[in-house]
Design a protein around this ligand. Sequence first.
Ligand SMILES: [Zn+2]
Length: 306
Amino acid sequence: MHVYSHPACTRHDPGPGHAERPLRLVAVTEALREHFTALDWHEAPRASRGQLLRVHDDALLALVLDTPVDAPTALDPDTVLAPGSAEAALRAAGAGVAAVDAVMHGDTRRAFCAVRPPGHHATESAAMGFCLFNNIAVAAAHACDKHGLARVAVVDFDVHHGNGTQAIFDTDPRVMYLSSHQMPLYPDTGYANERGVGNIVNVPLPPGSGSEAFRKAWRDNLLPALESFRPQLLFVSAGFDAHKRDPLAQLELETDDYRWLTVELARIATRHAQGRIVSMLEGGYDLAALRECSVAHVAALLDSGG
Ligand SMILES: [Zn+2]
């Protein structure tokens, strides 16, 4: 199984006290190196402008990549452009592109991208919610456009709704987007009646839902929809901020819930996608929970045939 990361991803620094801090990625990469010897580590390449332009407009590229930044600059109340941000954003998006190429060329069936900044809130034209470029959307568009896939799915179990990913693909029947998330919570999207062209499946969950309601949502609603779509490649927006230790939300999941869901996703990938899964780190703001959950997720990817 391939893991993509890059030291530049720790050099995007939104400033003191910001939840989306460089130590998050240090925690994830250290935990993976401590727990696994079978991982095949790769330096993430930079995404090209052409790859980014499949899902973003020129103005967002200019803002993130061409703005002279001497000191951290707030793009909105949550999202900061700092001196290391452009390089981190290019590597984070490039990780997903490289992971897609690797699974499509048959070099590996599974890939995990240990990157930041996260991506799923970034829309075609706006950086928001800690996200600069929408990494998973760049990767999914690459799978469709470069590799000619007709059906790919983005599964998003981050506690926040991936409004950016949904908006980028909600008129593109090649991409199914499926999300469980806490509601009410930022960014206040992801209602069950947001269906796109039949390719969007949202299951909002109230605060305090816990493991049972989370697993029921996936078992009864999201996994059957994913199964009937028959994705040729499965993407995972792997945010671990629904964990009970997370300070930003109250969905109260256990670490084992991430193992459970990953195994279920792997079964579907095995049936329809030749086992191909590209997973990318999104949120998760308690360092101990991040370590545990990323290890549980990667272990399940490996044990289930990665
Ligand atoms: Zn999140």
